[in-house]
Design a protein around this ligand. Structure first.
Ligand SMILES: Cc1ncc(COP(=O)(O)O)c(C=O)c1O
Length: 286
């Protein structure tokens, strides 16, 4: 039976119900995380839970669980669902309260939900790369918060789907910000570049891991916004996220990146990333 975690209790999926006056349901008033699971073990759980805690502080939701308590609960959730390769989705909303835009004045308990999903590594995309389109970034200016309000991201992803592409690359004025659910990188020679971690992007956990791995392996990284022209002219382009890892981008707006082949630096980063997974979670099966 599929078990989910709701407000600290493990219950069957069918019994997990949300109140119509939950502020997450009505306002998207909450925050979430997605954590990768390889071999039944969470990858970079501490970093994800620290970002969850930072997001919750930014919007004034008090999470009553410590990071180590959450880790124990999530490990139990993985075990109860016998998850090997997949993800954990988790969210906290501000809780249930009569509809009113401002935060409730009375004490409200946040609603906490977490569940697992089986999800293989995207081997085909990792090997052959994906196509993308560029779209205007119409989102708010606090993209650093991993908020449940994802309408801008959802609309951007839908444009990609309609164009038969895997991802939309968003731009704000002249700068590329990030994908609808990923960070975007360019490679020129031996140097890689991605948007600086400010309020216009989510500071991806995969992004942070790539930067760390580059530091340890003498690869130069510049954290600075680049233009659409830079994107089109780059030697290599790739995206990063928890579910997509380091995925090569082989075309932008139907134009091949270089010859449309996966670049050498992207492959090197993929290898370093897989080594990092193996050293934390053990040998991975697919
Ligand atoms: C908007 C956005 N940017 C970047 C990312 C990548 O973040 P992470 O590497 O933590 O998955 C995501 C992941 O879902 C995202 O939604």
């Amino acid at each position: 039976m599929r078990m989910v975690l709701m407000n600290g209790e493990f219950i069957p999926r069918e019994q997990a119900k949300v109140d119509i006056e939950d502020r997450g349901y009505q306002f998207g008033d909450g925050i979430y995380e997605v954590i990768r699971v390889y071999n039944g073990k969470m990858f970079m759980a501490k970093e994800h839970l620290e970002r969850l805690s930072a997001s919750s502080e930014k919007i004034g939701i008090a999470i009553s669980y410590s990071i180590s308590e959450l880790t124990t609960l999530l490990e139990e959730l993985i075990a109860k669902n016998s998850l090997s390769t997949g993800i954990i989705y988790m969210q906290f909303t501000r809780g249930v309260s009569p509809r009113n835009h401002s935060y409730p004045t009375e004490a409200v308990t946040p609603t906490f939900v977490a569940y697992t999903k089986m999800l293989n590594r995207p081997l085909d995309n990792l090997e052959n790369g994906v196509s993308t389109i560029t779209v205007e970034d119409i989102r708010w200016s606090r993209c650093d918060i991993k908020s449940l309000n994802l309408l801008g991201n959802v609309m951007a992803k839908q444009k990609a789907t309609e164009a038969d592409c895997y991802e939309s690359i968003q731009y704000r004025e002249l700068s590329v910000t990030e994908g609808s659910s990923s960070n975007i990188w360019i490679v020129n020679g031996e140097k890689i570049q991605t948007h600086e971690a400010n309020q216009f992007i989510l500071n991806g956990i995969t992004r942070q891991k790539i930067i760390q791995l580059c530091g340890e392996n003498g690869i130069e990284v510049e954290e600075k916004a680049f233009s659409i022209e830079d994107l089109i002219d780059a030697d290599e382009v790739f995206l990063s996220s928890t579910t997509s890892e380091v995925t090569p981008i082989v075309s932008v707006n139907n134009v091949p990146v270089k010859e449309g082949k996966v670049g050498e630096m992207t492959k090197k980063l993929q290898n370093l990333f897989v080594e990092a997974i193996i050293s934390e979670c053990g040998q991975i099966s697919n």
